[in-house]
Write a protein that binds this ligand. Structure first.
Ligand code: PGA
Length: 242
């Protein structure tokens, strides 16, 4: 794992934003695995500004998002689909047909998982997967568990995740389930970039980088991938000793 420690979230947004602009310019038909949450927003802001300045185009880019809530309409203000259009897709020239999302409103979760795996495979796999990390070490919605998962599945969200995300659900109860890419699907990405900011993530980051590989801290599996770059601010890096 390569670890880059920067001063703050704004600096990470700029560095990582530049990485994406360069990557897309060098690989105009690339396949990006994208993440939601507060952490990637500065990066998305950098990219949308670069697009407005004519420095990058999403015309031939394809994307797959990590996860989506179950039992929440796609156009709900809190769906991850809405989040991605508000924070990135509506501001760039991506073809909506090239936007890949898990459907959290299906009844056959296994069929949905197969559909997503096939769709990713048909595009040649994910070139760069962007990840955040949960306070409990989750990546996408792979919560601490007894085993590492493989393809996408329907997950029961943990109390830690519900506590962290319920701030966004001011007028309705937060969903208890989500469809998430599995650990195997994430690990098959050619390159992985993980971002964490704030002291609240420091413990999970320490476990991910310096602890043992265990499904109880799902992000620790990234130690077994040969192209992972971790962007941290000083607070998220504060417990690292090595
Ligand atoms: P956050 O979420 O960026 O909102 O902290 C990250 C995650 O839960 O993976």
């Amino acid at each position: 794992m390569k670890v880059i420690v920067l001063e703050n979230a704004a600096q990470i947004g700029e560095e990582l934003g530049k990485f994406y602009v360069d990557f897309i310019n060098e690989n105009p038909s690339c396949v990006l695995g994208l993440a939601t949450g507060a952490t990637p927003v500065p990066t998305y802001n950098y990219i949308t500004k670069a697009y407005a300045d004519g420095k990058v185009s999403f015309k031939n880019v394809s994307t797959f998002n990590l996860d989506e809530y179950c039992d929440l309409p796609k156009d709900n203000k809190n769906s991850y689909y809405t989040f991605m259009f508000q924070n990135l897709f509506s501001h760039v020239d991506i073809d909506p047909a090239n936007v890949g999302f898990l459907d959290g409103n299906v009844t056959d979760y296994d069929a949905e998982s197969k559909r997503y795996a096939e769709a990713i495979k048909a595009k040649g796999g994910i070139d760069v997967q962007l990840l955040g990390i949960g306070h409990n070490g989750h990546i996408a919605f792979n919560e601490p568990a007894d085993e590492f998962t493989d393809e996408a599945f329907r997950v029961t969200l943990s109390e830690s995740t519900i506590n962290a995300n319920s701030i966004y659900f001011d007028d309705a109860p937060m969903p208890r389930y989500a469809m998430t890419m599995g650990i195997g699907s994430i690990m098959r990405s050619k390159k992985i970039v993980l971002v964490a900011t704030g002291a609240g993530k420091a413990q999970a980051i320490k476990g991910m980088i310096e602890g043992e590989v265990t499904p109880q801290l799902p992000a620790s599996i990234l130690q077994n991938h040969d192209d992972v770059v971790v962007y941290l601010d000083k607070d998220a890096a504060s417990l690292l000793t090595k």
